[in-house]
Design a protein. Structure first.
Lengths: 486, 672
């Protein structure tokens, strides 16, 4: 049962897709059930990946190998280490959350919708487990396709077409450079196998060029200022589940790429460009936090704050020490929980009243106490409250960054103040204050399904905040290994 | 036992907060009070065991954030300092819980209120009992969060909303200082554990590290950064503006959080870090100056406030200044003593003020009170005792700590010591003045309130009266009873909890200062009290005359507007950031520059170019022929004539010429 665990993980969603294809279009509840069960099986199965993981070695585990193009020396190589295992877990987890959350809110093309999400689940596992640069590129890009459909078809307004195009083109233009870089690597080394490439010394000049090309792709995906404007646009137009996937996992593909490929393959390039990344990150943190303060769209607020949090992540990665990198991985995971949860919360409001403008919501604490509890909890988590997941990551990151550059840390700390300002301001605006009944007159608190969606996220957030050892233990060796390369 | 003191309040909070609906308000109140009083009893036992019997206790639960050298643990450390704080916190908290059952009895959200109070106590105990800086940070942020929730308790009020955000954000500024301090500690000491850090301090004297590009002395920098945290939490000058605004919360909250416990967290941090501060003269001097200025400035603002609770809030701020500068003068035990004493009489004052407000249907403006002496005699006695203890009336609780602080300041014989002493003495007079102004305006002057309110006013009911009585006893006797324990010469109580460098010790010098200096604080405060009564009773019109003269008026406005601190913060920081956030970053950059150079510009360029290029294909044969002619000519030139020019013309230039020709060609076509 556990021999080809990764292949099975990838196959399970595809099997689900096949079954769904067989179900007639009118049997909506069967489709939903099938999709949910499939994603749940994938999640539970992926837990075994975590359980069976041997955290005493930095080698890639659960390796699987498939000859693909022997004439070109291109092969499909998959395996996980202490970093990618979490992202696989996060993907399978969030896919089931997404499917559960769109239970009633998707009303057209349900079959296609769930197929999109299941295929995204499979592709994400590929992205995070593949050990070949070229194949990584292929799957990195292929995620765009289902996501493009999700935004373009199930988005909320007519502007969604523009948003979908922007999302697609931005990412694609960045990635083209990466493709060129991969060709360069291929012609230089004769292979694109990640593990082999670790032993290929690129000259410093080449590393700089290659690093920049990879960075262009990842920076768009992360996104770093000034390549970020596709993100608020895409978030605002995407359906709730789309936003969850986008914020929860797709952004992490960029930072994961930075850790896995930029740092490991081009250590000289990384060191050379550290100041640049620092500069872009602190600008991102302060700039987007300030911008967040003046947004009027609920989703835009969370989107901009995501950019700020990803700024912390990039600072952590390029602090190039253990605390920094482990902290940034923790932030990535915690952001996967917290911002997803916030998007889900906004989805709850949107499903009921079909608007995301702040001005229509005030004082809903009086009528939706349960909702208030959840929203407050995740807002507090979002501002980096100790004992919750963001704090573990943020604090470790900043400790790491402080060891390498105090000025950067100081400016990033301003982000801490601003994050408190915008999170609490948002809370106060929509939860507290006088209830406005002339816009919306009937309020319904969260139902059981919505609580069931959010509750696991609460558990994860608290768990990661109170006892992050479970996560840290697994990644220690792998991250140390990366540092050794540098 | 040691851990239950921390987790009982948490349990109470969870039960009453999440399941308050099933427990009924009474049940929730019962559970939280039960948890708190058990914690209080346990803390008495702890005080005996750890404090009096001198056996510190150290509990390590599990690792928390463990990453290479960075090792934050879930660990608890009980020494004399901890248990003294624990006892104060749990006692006041229990009393406030009890008080709230009556004060909040008409509120539909009472279970939630009790849950917040217990949660706050949990975080406060977490802060006190932490054995490393990270866990302290948890408690630190936690009390801030609870303060936000409690100020915001009546969440439909706009003022409460604003005050809550202000409290949290300004506290967050201080928190950043604390966080930077912790980072620095990690960089210098490679650990965040108290015991390791404090034992290593003597070995890092003179070591520098790079902070913001400057090589700075490690200990001083750490001390100052931690002090920024204390400034935020303990409402020292500069970051004090949140405290008076926080009075928007329910009064029990003000008593518990904004007087007795949370605001003293900053002072606690300084006392806890005494082994560190003792090695940095600069940090100590800065602390002294800040403390003294706070004591004075907050006092002067308190003189002209009209809100009953705000007067007491500024008085709290002023007293915190005393505690802080006592720390700055290396007298941590005296500061701690004042902290404990202050908790009693300030909680008493706030709870009595709450009783007045409760009696008058939530009227807080002193100008609409007066004449309550006949209506609320019990409350009057309580406020009187609290005020006397606060102003340091001989042999009441405040006297024993406040006077010692001032004596020590004088006995320091240094510039900052004397500065603190004179500002402190002045503030003592001011404290007495505004305390008695409060009493006069509320209880003694002619009744100015609504007849209806005064007729229906009733004195404190039993659940409110009992806490007042206990606190009153505390305000009367605690100072006298515990003076020798806490600050007696050669007391063994503190063990290793507090470290005072031998050269900074002035406790003995304080015994030898001139007698008139010793008498000065008492005389000044008595003078302040008497003059306050006289001025408000006999010279009220004269006071009014002074206040409407140009000079008097400007002074009055300056004080009434709180030395314009809020104005400065709002104008120079708040509104600038908000404007920046919309006009610059969002409108100009996000929707402007990046759009133009990004998607919008690209799509515009693509469309125009494709239009122009498509216009090349006009379908007119003579144009095509012309282009062909040019092309062939160029080709022939290349083939035949090129060798002649090859030495003269660069190959790159050739392309430019080609391109130029193409463009001329294109324009020719367009014109035609």
């Amino acid at each position: 049962m556990f021999d080809f665990i990764l292949s099975w993980l990838i196959l399970i969603p595809f099997i689900g897709i096949l079954i769904i294809l067989g179900i007639p279009k009118t049997q909506i509840s069967a489709i939903k059930l099938c999709a949910f069960v499939t994603s749940l099986i994938a999640f539970v199965y992926s837990l075994f990946l975590f359980v069976l993981f041997d955290n005493s070695t930095s080698k890639f585990q659960f390796l699987e190998y498939l000859e693909w193009l022997p004439s070109l020396n291109l092969h499909l190589f998959i395996g996980v280490d202490g970093i990618s295992v979490f992202f696989i877990l996060l993907s399978t987890f969030l896919i089931s959350v997404c499917i559960l959350t769109s239970w009633n809110s998707v009303v057209k093309y349900e079959k296609e919708y769930y197929i999109c999400f299941l295929s995204m689940g499979a592709l994400l596992i590929f992205v995070f487990s593949v050990l070949d640069v070229l194949v990584f590129y292929i799957f990195f890009e292929s995620i765009l396709i289902p996501m493009f459909f999700v935004i373009g078809i199930w988005g909320s307004r007519t502007r969604k077409i523009k948003a979908a195009y922007q999302f697609f083109l931005y990412t694609l233009i960045g990635s083209v450079l990466m493709l060129l870089a991969i060709f360069l690597i291929y012609f230089e080394a004769g292979t694109t196998d990640f593990q082999l490439l670790l032993n290929v010394p690129f000259s410093e000049k080449k590393q700089i060029i290659l690093w920049l090309a990879f960075f262009a792709s990842f920076a768009v995906k992360v996104p770093m200022v000034p390549f970020h404007i596709w993100l608020p646009e895409a978030h605002v137009e995407a359906p709730t589940a789309g936003s969850v996937i986008l914020a929860g996992i797709l952004l992490k593909m960029g930072t994961y790429g930075l850790v896995r490929f930029s740092l490991c393959l081009f250590p000289d390039g990384s060191v050379y460009f550290t100041p640049l990344v620092y500069l872009m990150s602190i600008i991102a943190v302060v700039y987007t936090s300030i911008t967040t303060l003046r947004q009027i769209d609920l989703k835009k607020i969370i989107a901009y704050s995501s950019v700020a949090h990803m700024g912390f992540v990039t600072i952590g990665i390029f602090s190039l020490n253990l605390q920094g990198i482990e902290g940034s991985i923790l932030i990535m995971l915690s952001h996967g929980f917290v911002s997803s949860a916030l998007f889900l919360c906004i989805g709850v409001l949107y499903d009921r009243h079909h608007t995301r403008m702040i001005k229509y919501y005030t004082g809903i604490a009086q009528v939706m106490p349960l909702y208030t509890l959840f929203f407050l909890f995740f807002s507090v988590a979002n501002l980096g409250f100790p004992g919750m997941s963001s704090f573990s990551g943020e604090f470790l990151t900043l400790v790491g960054a402080f060891s390498s550059n105090t000025l950067v840390t100081f400016i990033a700390c301003l982000g801490m103040i601003l994050s408190a300002a915008y999170s609490l301001w948002l809370c106060n605006r929509i939860l507290f204050g006088q209830l406005k009944i002339h816009y919306i007159s009937n309020y319904i608190d969260m139902n059981k399904r919505e609580v069931a969606v959010l509750f696991p996220l609460v558990i994860c957030t608290l768990w990661m905040g109170i006892y992050p050892e479970i996560f840290l233990d697994v990644m220690h060796v792998s991250v140390s290994n990366i540092l050794e390369i540098i | 036992m040691y851990l239950s003191i921390i987790f009982l309040p948490l349990m109470g909070s969870i039960l009453s907060g999440l399941f308050g609906r099933f427990l009924t308000p009474k049940g929730a109140a019962f559970i939280t009070i039960l948890g708190m009083s058990l914690a209080c009893l346990i803390s008495v036992a702890l005080f005996f065991e750890v404090g009096l019997s001198g056996s510190p206790c150290y509990i390590k639960l599990s690792p928390w954030l463990d990453c290479e050298m960075f090792d934050a643990c879930w660990g608890f450390y009980f020494d004399s300092l901890t248990v003294s704080m624990c006892f104060t916190v749990t006692l006041i908290s229990t009393l406030v819980h009890l008080y709230s059952t009556s004060y909040m009895s008409h509120d539909p959200h009472q279970p939630r209120f009790m849950a917040y109070l217990s949660l706050f106590t949990f975080f406060m105990l977490m802060l006190i009992t932490a054995d490393n800086f990270i866990q302290l940070f948890l408690g630190w942020e936690g009390v801030g969060l609870c303060s936000y929730l409690l100020i915001n308790f009546w969440f439909t009020r706009l003022q409460a909303n604003k005050a809550a955000i202000k409290a949290m954000v300004i506290n967050r500024v201080g928190d950043v200082g604390l966080a930077l301090g912790v980072f620095s500690i990690f960089v210098v000491f490679k650990t965040c554990d108290y015991s390791v850090v404090f034992s290593l301090v003597p070995h890092v004297v003179g070591i520098t590290y790079n902070f913001l590009g400057f090589e700075v002395d490690a200990i001083s920098a750490i001390g100052l950064l931690l002090f920024v945290g204390a400034v935020g939490k303990s409402a020292q000058i500069g970051l004090h503006t949140w405290l008076p605004d926080a009075m928007e919360g329910p009064t029990p909250v003000s008593a518990l959080i904004h007087a007795a416990t949370m605001v003293t967290a900053g002072v606690y941090l300084i006392i806890r870090c005494s082994p560190l501060y003792e090695y940095s003269g600069i940090a100590l001097t800065v602390i002294t100056v800040f403390g003294a200025l706070t004591a004075f400035i907050a006092g002067t603002i308190g003189l002209v406030q009209n809100d009953l609770k705000k007067v007491i809030a500024y008085s709290t701020c002023s007293q915190l200044g005393y505690m802080v500068f006592a720390c700055g003068l290396s007298n941590y035990s005296v500061s701690m003593f004042h902290l404990i004493n202050h908790a009693y009489f300030k909680a008493l004052l706030f709870l009595s003020a709450g009783s007045v407000i409760h009696a008058l249907n939530d009227e807080q403006d002193m100008r609409r009170m007066g004449g309550l002496l006949q209506v609320l005699p019990y409350t009057y006695v309580m406020i009187l005792i609290g005020s006397l203890a606060l102003m340091g009336f001989p042999f009441l609780t405040g006297f024993y700590s406040k006077d010692v602080i001032l004596e020590i300041a004088y006995a320091k014989y240094s510039l900052h010591g004397t500065f603190a002493h004179w500002l402190g003495v002045l503030s003592a007079g001011i404290t007495a003045f505004y305390s008695f102004r409060l009493i006069y305006l509320t209880f003694i002057s002619n009744p100015n309130g609504f007849k209806n309110a005064i007729q229906n006013a009733h004195d404190a009911p039993l659940p409110m009266a009992i806490p007042l009585f206990i606190l009153c006893i505390g305000s009367l006797f605690v100072g006298y009873l515990t003076k020798d324990l806490f600050i007696g010469l050669g007391t063994p109580f503190w063990n290793n909890a507090i470290f005072i460098a031998p050269e900074n010790l002035v406790m003995i010098d304080a015994e030898f200062i001139p007698t008139y200096i010793k008498w000065l604080p008492v005389i000044v405060s008595l003078f302040g009290a008497v003059s306050s009564m006289l001025v408000f009773h006999f010279l009220k019109n004269f006071l009014f005359e002074v206040c409407i003269k140009p000079f008097g008026r400007s002074v009055y406005i300056f004080l009434n507007r709180r030395w314009l601190f809020d104005r400065l913060q709002n104008d120079l920081i708040g509104s600038v950031i908000l404007k920046l956030g919309y006009n610059t970053t969002y409108k100009l950059v996000d929707k402007g520059v990046i759009e133009v150079f990004g998607p919008k510009g690209l799509s515009f360029l693509t469309i125009t170019f494709s239009k122009q290029i498509s216009s090349l294909q006009s379908g007119l044969v003579h144009q095509y022929a012309f282009i062909m002619f040019i092309g062939v000519t160029l080709f022939m030139t290349k083939l035949l004539v090129w060798p002649l020019f090859a030495t003269l013309i660069d190959i790159n230039l050739y392309f430019i010429i080609m391109a130029a020709l193409m463009f001329t060609n294109y324009f020719v076509i367009k014109l035609s």
